[in-house]
Design a binder for this molecule. Structure first.
Ligand code: AMP
Length: 482
């Protein structure tokens, strides 16, 4: 997916824009950019590429959607060209750049980008993440690879299996560092950093800058250059934010109403819990909306299939938890809906960053009920903007789902099943945050999870996205096992 041309300026001013050629990138890299159809560097690229080429450490404040991946991978590829060779010997292809990401989806997307940008060079890139068979990853690592993209847990698994040696790493990238900390990866990060040579270049990217992030940056970046493309914690200026006041029980109807009223074709609806995401997707399907859930209890293949079906237009609504949605490369999304307001205000910034990207305008619609007052106040404080809840025109009088308290104990059980499992990349809300709302009982959710797609060896990279047949019935829990 490409960014729109007006990312940095109007067409009339195009001549004044920086050009990739200005950075002294080698011909094979420029060729790859031309293949991608990129004409000008984005602001983060214009700032980051020269600094990274100088070998400086970088602390980058940028969200996914700004072009930050190329911002760090192009100068990495350029620097590693000095080592590029076509030898078959694994020893000639040690890991020289390590890129860590918090989620599997982001790792996969970064790897796709790195592979595209390095395709005219002999440099090798591969990706390792959990949830899929280790064997093909092991084979790729054993064959030798210069650029490794990884999630922390699976990386350490490979280190433990002794298939991976990081002692020749020259460049270390930590992507979406804020999310890594949120997901509890700090101990893993420290273990990984200890495996790297002391002398190396460090690049750290984060959409938000909390005191914890600054502490992490201070601990391993050396005299970093700060690169900021937007005010930290600023919500995208082009995003229209609307908060609708609705009864908790009417939220499902409100989503359906908004989809129809606004004729929304492609939207991510955010749920705070995995159970909530699955249930909402099923309910939307019942209401005739093409929807699918994407969260950490789905197998990797299911998540990829859902994402691909969404991108291809096979489904209109992706119901996602924060972790599953992070880093998804879905540009120009016209709208996001917060079915639940997030427990952490920073997640609001990430969520609405899904829309209004690359210079396009977008809508961020949030459903607010009385119990959300504190969450909304936290968001307003963070974004320094007042968000006054308004009535949702036309919703009144629609059938509101039956209310009532059912099955208290199993509700809580269901909730627990939804809580954080770090390996799966989901996390429970911070202890200071209010408790999640209670789920209604639905026996379907109390069944143990059975992957509808058997864990199979990961196919060759090209086959992963795009060739996995979307299994919609299974994704929605409507398949034979669901
Ligand atoms: P990222 O923020 O790295 O996830 O990039 C967001 C999207 O912008 C990706 O689909 C990239 O392929 C695309 N992109 C990155 N750099 C450029 C560029 N200079 N011109 C056009 N599109 C770009």
């Amino acid at each position: 997916m490409r960014m729109s041309e007006n990312t940095t300026s109007t067409p009339a001013a195009a001549d004044a824009l920086p050009r990739f050629e200005d950075f002294g990138l080698a011909a094979p890299v420029l060729q790859a950019l031309a293949d991608q159809g990129y004409q000008h560097p984005t602001p983060i690229q214009a700032q980051a590429i020269p600094v990274v080429l100088q070998g400086r450490d970088v602390m980058g404040a940028a969200q996914t959607g700004t072009g930050k991946t190329a911002g760090f991978s192009l100068p990495i590829i350029q620097q590693l060209l000095a080592h590029a060779n076509t030898s078959a010997s694994p020893a000639r292809h040690p890991v020289r750049a390590l890129i860590l990401t918090p989620t599997r989806e982001l790792a996969d997307q970064v790897a796709d980008n790195v592979k595209a940008y390095s395709r005219h060079t002999p440099l090798r890139a591969t990706v390792v993440f959990g949830g899929v068979d280790m064997a093909p990853q092991t084979a790729a690592l054993r064959a030798g690879v210069e650029i490794l993209i990884a999630t922390p847990g699976r990386l350490l698994d490979h280190v433990q299996q002794k298939v991976l040696n990081l002692s020749q790493t020259e460049i270390f990238v930590m992507d979406e560092a804020d999310r890594m900390l949120d997901m509890g990866f700090l101990p893993d990060l420290q273990r990984i950093i200890n495996l790297l040579p002391k002398q190396r270049q460090n690049l750290m990217f984060s959409a938000t800058f909390s005191p914890e992030i600054k502490k992490l940056a201070n601990s391993f970046l050396k005299d970093p250059v700060l690169i900021e493309v937007a005010r930290s914690n600023a919500t995208a200026e082009r995003v229209t934010q609307i908060v609708y006041k609705v009864d908790e029980e009417a939220k499902r109807d409100a989503v359906v109403h908004l989809l129809r009223q606004r004729e929304i074709k492609q939207v991510i609806v955010f749920s705070n819990t995995k159970i909530g995401a699955s249930r909402l997707a099923r309910e939307l399907e019942r209401a005739g909306v093409k929807a699918s859930a994407i969260h950490g209890d789905k197998s990797q293949n299911e998540r990829m299939a859902a994402l691909e079906a969404f991108k291809a237009g096979g489904i209109d609504v992706l119901v996602a938890t924060d972790v599953a949605a992070r880093g998804l490369d879905i540009a120009e999304l016209p709208c996001v809906i917060n079915y639940d307001l997030p427990y952490n205000a920073e997640d609001y910034v990430h969520r609405i960053g899904r829309t209004g990207r690359a210079g396009a305008s977008g809508d961020a619609l949030s459903l607010y009920s009385d119990k959300d007052a504190r969450l909304l106040a936290d968001i307003e404080k963070l974004i320094k903007q007042k968000l006054t809840p308004v009535a949702l025109e036309g919703l009144e009088g629609r059938a509101v789902r039956e209310r009532g308290d059912r099955g208290d104990r199993s509700e809580r059980r269901g909730e627990r099943a939804d809580r954080g499992d770090r390996d799966r990349g989901e996390r429970s809300p911070r202890s200071s945050a209010p408790l999640p709302r209670r789920e209604k009982t639905d026996p379907w959710f109390l069944k143990p999870y059975e992957p509808s797609v058997p864990a199979e060896p990961k196919p060759e990279p090209e086959a992963r996205i795009g060739k996995v047949a979307p299994k919609r019935a299974a994704l929605l829990g409507g398949g034979p096992k669901g």
